[in-house]
Ligand binder design. Structure first.
Ligand SMILES: C[S@@+](CC[C@H](N)C(=O)[O-])C[C@H]1O[C@@H](n2cnc3c(N)ncnc32)[C@H](O)[C@@H]1O
Length: 279
C-alpha cells in the first residue's frame, strides 16, 4: 500500500473480503476486489486484531449489509447514475460491469491513491467510472464537481454516503445532503450513521468505545454520532421529500434472518433512505 490510502477505507474493504473468505455462502455481498485494489498481498491481514472473526462479526455484517442495501436501491430503481460519496475502496463500478455510470467522490489524497492503484491494475474505466476529488470539509460543492465530470443532474440519480458521516462535522453533512436533495425528482440518497455509543446494546458498547479510541488515535476521530431523530431531521431540513430509516435490525431481518452462523449487523450502523420530491 502506498501513502494516501485511507486506513478506514482499507479496513472496510478488508471486512467485505473477510465475509467472503470466512463466512458460509450465500454471501450478502461478494467483494474481494477492494483488497486487491488496496494492493494487499497474502493473508497476513486476516491476523490483524480488527479482523478477529468472532469479535468483529457485527462489524463485517454491518459493512456488507449497508453496501448490499444501497446497491439493491441502485438496482431496484434502475438507476443510470450512481454517486458514491466517500467512496474509499468501493467496487460497485468494477462489479457492475458498466451498466450504471458511477461517480466516486473522495478526499483528494485518498482518491489520487486509488486512481494510481486502479491504473496499475488496468481498472481505470472512464466510460463507466469518474473519480471526483472533493474534501467535504473544505466548502467545496461535490455536485458542481461531479457535474463538471459528466454527471447529468436532470436524470434521477442514486447517491450513497456509507461509513462517512461519523468522520464529518454536522455542517459538512448538511451541505452534502443539501446538494443531493437538489438533484432531479426521484433521486435517492442513502447514507449511514452511527448512533451515540450510549444508545447501543450493552454488550456492544465496549467494542464501540475501543473503536472510537482507535479511530481518534489513527487520526480519524468520530465527529458526528447521530440519534435516528437527528439523522431524519438532517435529511428533511436538507430538502428531501420522503425520509425513511432502515435500522440495523431491519437489515438483519432483510439479509441475515435465515442464517445460522450468528452473523448480524444488529447494533451497527442504521441507514437513511431519502427521496427527492416531485415524482
Ligand atoms: C470508512 S471509509 C468508507 C468507505 C466506503 N464508503 C465504504 O463503505 O467502504 C470513509 C471514507 O470517507 C472519506 N472521507 C472522510 N472524510 C472526508 C472528507 N472530509 N471529504 C471527502 N471524503 C472523506 C475517506 O477518505 C474514506 O474513503
Amino acid at each position: 500500500m502506498c501513502s494516501g490510502a485511507d486506513s478506514t477505507a482499507v479496513r472496510t474493504a478488508m471486512w467485505r473480503a473477510l465475509h467472503v473468505l470466512i463466512d458460509e455462502p450465500p454471501h450478502v455481498l461478494d467483494d474481494t476486489i477492494g483488497v486487491q485494489i488496496a494492493g494487499i498481498d497474502g493473508d497476513d491481514w486476516q491476523q490483524r486484531p480488527d479482523m478477529d472473526p468472532e469479535r468483529t462479526r457485527s462489524n463485517r455484517s454491518s459493512i456488507v449489509a449497508r453496501a448490499r442495501a444501497t446497491e439493491d436501491v441502485v438496482t431496484d430503481r434502475g438507476a443510470q447514475q450512481y454517486v458514491v460519496l466517500g467512496a474509499g475502496l468501493d467496487t460497485f463500478a468494477q462489479r457492475d460491469e458498466g451498466r450504471v455510470r458511477v461517480f466516486e467522490v473522495d478526499a483528494p489524497a485518498t482518491q489520487a491513491w486509488k486512481r494510481q492503484r486502479l491504473d496499475a491494475l488496468g481498472l481505470l474505466a472512464p466510460e463507466r467510472l469518474r473519480l471526483v476529488p472533493v474534501d467535504f470539509e473544505a466548502g467545496e460543492s461535490w455536485l458542481d464537481k461531479a457535474v463538471s465530470a459528466g454527471l447529468d443532474p436532470a436524470i434521477p440519480t442514486v447517491v450513497s454516503m456509507l461509513g462517512v458521516t461519523m468522520y464529518l462535522t454536522r455542517e459538512a453533512i448538511t451541505e452534502t445532503l443539501r446538494a443531493a436533495a437538489s438533484l432531479a425528482a426521484g433521486s435517492v440518497m442513502v447514507f449511514s450513521y452511527s448512533r451515540p455509543i450510549e444508545m447501543a446494546p450493552l454488550e456492544i458498547r465496549p467494542i464501540l468505545e475501543g473503536a472510537a479510541e482507535g479511530a481518534a488515535a489513527s487520526g480519524h476521530p468520530w465527529l458526528s454520532l447521530l440519534a435516528p431523530d437527528e439523522a431524519i431531521s438532517l435529511a428533511r431540513d436538507a430538502g428531501f421529500a420522503d425520509v425513511q430509516v432502515v435500522t440495523s435490525s431491519d437489515l438483519h431481518n432483510r439479509y441475515f434472518a435465515n442464517r445460522h452462523d450468528r452473523l448480524s449487523p444488529f447494533g451497527g450502523e442504521d441507514l437513511v433512505v431519502a427521496t427527492t420530491g416531485g415524482e
